[in-house]
Design a protein around this ligand. Structure first.
Ligand SMILES: Nc1ncnc2c1ncn2[C@@H]1O[C@H](COP(=O)(O)OP(=O)(O)OP(=O)(O)O)[C@@H](O)[C@H]1O
Length: 266
């Protein structure tokens, strides 16, 4: 439920705020004075032509990069410095443009690996799979099995992920991110390289993650059909600057967006 007319309620509704963020690499300005927010429970798309700064923005949000200027506020707390593991522990999970999985490990083990942040038993117990570690592992395993059921990948649970088709690898990567039970899930081009059927499956899973678990999602995606169907709101970047921000319908009608992005073949 959003209450944009009530500034206090609207403020509470914001899960993550990006305020005047700039990011430079030597002479290249990847982001210039970008501000937008992500509200609790929404699907927020970040779009723009190649090199617009989308991945750089995701990297700032999950702590890979530190903004040169500006700041990011997550759950009401300003983050002066942030490392990826701290972002993950705080509830931000991420998938990558190019699948980043342990290729020789099974689907099950890859998703279990995503669960490691939630495990408390110390390394000694985990190593020997004794006592507290065994009990804990069984509990985590149940969560992981639920994710496997949810993503309909039971049939590949023992398969090394390197042997899987690309679309399924992307699904396993989503599973690994879900194993962290994130509050904010960042998806970098979740449909890239997929055929139509794989895209439809992935869209359905993203939608269901949002609906069933209430997970807030920010995604970068080039497929405009997917973006316009899935997203509650869309922020548009061009040359590192924000040029539009609104509902899919508003953004679609925005002349700057049409000129910058939708009008060009991608
Ligand atoms: N590590 C880096 N070092 C130097 N320049 C970088 C680095 N990362 C990104 N850039 C530059 O910053 C700009 C924004 O890149 P970014 O990858 O964020 O864009 P993008 O919108 O995600 O593009 P794409 O759609 O192609 O993935 C580009 O000019 C890029 O070359």
């Amino acid at each position: 439920m959003r209450a944009p007319d009530n500034p206090v309620a609207a403020k509470q509704d914001v899960l993550l705020a990006v305020d005047n963020v700039s990011l430079g690499f030597g002479g290249v300005k990847a982001l210039s004075d970008v501000s937008f927010d992500i509200r609790k429970g929404e699907i927020r798309a970040i779009i723009g032509p190649n090199g617009a700064g989308k991945t750089s923005m995701l990297n700032c949000i999950n702590g890979f990069y530190y903004p040169t200027e500006g700041q990011i506020t997550f759950k009401g707390v300003k983050r002066p410095k942030m490392r990826p593991y701290l972002a993950a522990r705080g509830g931000i999970a991420r998938t990558f443009q190019n699948v980043a999985l342990f290729k020789s490990m099974s689907t099950l083990d890859n998703i279990m690996a995503g669960r490691s942040l939630k495990m408390h038993a110390n390394f000694f117990w985990q190593l020997f799979r004794h006592g507290p570690a065994m009990k804990e592992e069984a509990a985590h395993r149940r969560v992981v099995e639920d994710i496997i059921d949810f993503l309909e990948i039971q049939h590949i649970r023992k398969t090394p992920v390197g042997r899987l088709p690309y679309g399924l690898q992307k699904r396993v990567e989503l599973g690994r991110a879900l194993a962290m039970e994130p509050e904010l899930l960042l998806l970098d081009e979740p449909m890239a390289g997929m055929n139509l059927e794989e895209k439809e499956d992935m869209s359905r899973f993203i939608f269901e993650v949002n609906q069933q678990f209430g997970t807030t999602i920010a995604l970068i995606e080039h497929d405009m059909g997917v973006v316009m169907d899935l997203s509650d709101r869309v922020v548009v970047l061009e040359y590192g600057r924000k040029i539009a921000d609104g509902t899919p319908d508003e953004v679609k009608r925005d002349q700057r967006v049409i000129d910058a992005y939708l009008g060009v073949a991608h």
